[in-house]
Design a protein around this ligand. Structure first.
Ligand SMILES: O=C(O)CCC(=O)C(=O)O
Length: 323
């Protein structure tokens, strides 16, 4: 297997991972002024050094935010009608999901933009996170093992994360998430690494490859047994998937939000090759517009009026004597 081959990666991706963490640590160990403290959300929530170290080592972190129970119930009730049930059956199709329900349901948007989740991500990555996509699920997905870096990545690498929110209690009977602690430190796998062109129709081959990789490396899985209102944050390259859901009479409502971090370039690795990068313009849910548009909008603000100019005196006069 080859290391990731995009031009901007340092040849060995472990080093590239260490590189971005290193810069994040430098930022965090600086004497922080109030602006930086607010920027990283430390006035809302301050992660401990142990939590940060644990995320670096394991690639995930469970946070007990006890998110508002009524809000989570509301998400379940408002998303319910949008899921289709199997005909003549009480159970749901596996793999059912609603993408970007935040567009129609403010409750979903509110969980995606939960300030404590954003604050935790800011501190784990040393950069400001922004939510760009939501997924809501009524059951365990039993989705095959994958890393989000096949779908989303950034330049510099690895500035992407997921937040998995338990909308109800989750255990091994109703489809707890399956993940491999520490696997985020493995090289990111691209379609080229496994000998396929950058097309979605080879996704099955990617999944088979990942399944074999986990076996070959004898990685030990963990299950996301979470209480309602708990949140599991994962690093983009953490290998994960949907654990089994043996008790089909139970639901497993959850919400996943995907985040990028500011001031990067964003792309879709599955559709990229070293020759042609499939750049993406992620939506910034908080701003209600694609990320970057807000920045260019700021640039488009009219320039300051030149002191002494005709417009300057006209504005002064207007303030004194509005007519
Ligand atoms: O919630 C699950 O069952 C799996 C979710 C998942 O793998 C994903 O959203 O990438």
């Amino acid at each position: 297997m080859h290391p990731v081959i995009f031009k901007w990666h340092i040849a060995d991706d472990w080093q590239s991972y260490a590189g971005w963490r290193h810069s994040a640590q430098i930022e965090l160990s600086e004497t922080l002024n109030q602006n930086k403290i607010n920027d990283l959300g430390m006035n809302i929530l301050k992660l401990t050094d142990q939590q940060i170290a644990s995320f670096q080592q394991d690639g995930y972190l469970v946070l007990d935010f006890s998110l508002d129970s009524a809000l989570l119930d509301d998400i379940i009730h408002t998303t319910e009608p949008h899921y289709q049930k199997k005909e003549n059956s009480d159970s749901y199709f596996h793999g059912l999901r609603i993408q970007d329900a935040w567009r129609m349901l403010p409750q979903v948007r509110s969980v995606a933009l939960e300030p404590r989740i954003l604050a935790a991500l800011n501190q784990l990555f040393g950069r400001k996170a922004f939510a760009f996509q939501t997924l809501n699920f009524p059951t365990g997905t039993e989705q095959k093992i994958h890393s989000d870096t096949i779908h989303f990545n950034s330049k510099p690498a690895g500035f992407m994360a997921g937040a998995w929110v338990a909308l109800e209690d989750v255990d091994e009977q109703n489809g707890a998430l399956l993940y491999y602690p520490g696997s985020h430190l493995l090289p990111e796998i691209t379609m080229q690494d496994i000998g396929f062109p950058p097309l979605t129709n080879h996704y099955r081959d990617y999944e088979n490859y990942m399944q074999q990789l986990v076996k070959d490396k004898q990685l030990t899985p963990a299950r996301g047994v979470l209480k309602k209102g708990q949140v599991l944050l994962w690093h983009a390259n953490l290998l994960h998937g949907g654990g089994s859901h043996p008790d089909k009479s139970r639901t497993r409502h959850s919400q996943v939000t995907h985040y990028f971090f500011e001031n990067c370039q964003y792309y879709t690795p599955m559709l990229s090759s070293p020759e042609k990068i499939f750049l993406r313009k992620p939506f910034q849910i908080s701003a209600g517009m694609p990320y970057g548009d807000l920045q260019s909008y700021k640039f488009l603000q009219p320039p300051a009026v030149k002191p002494g100019s005709w417009l300057y005196w006209q504005q002064k006069l207007h303030k004194l004597w509005p007519f």
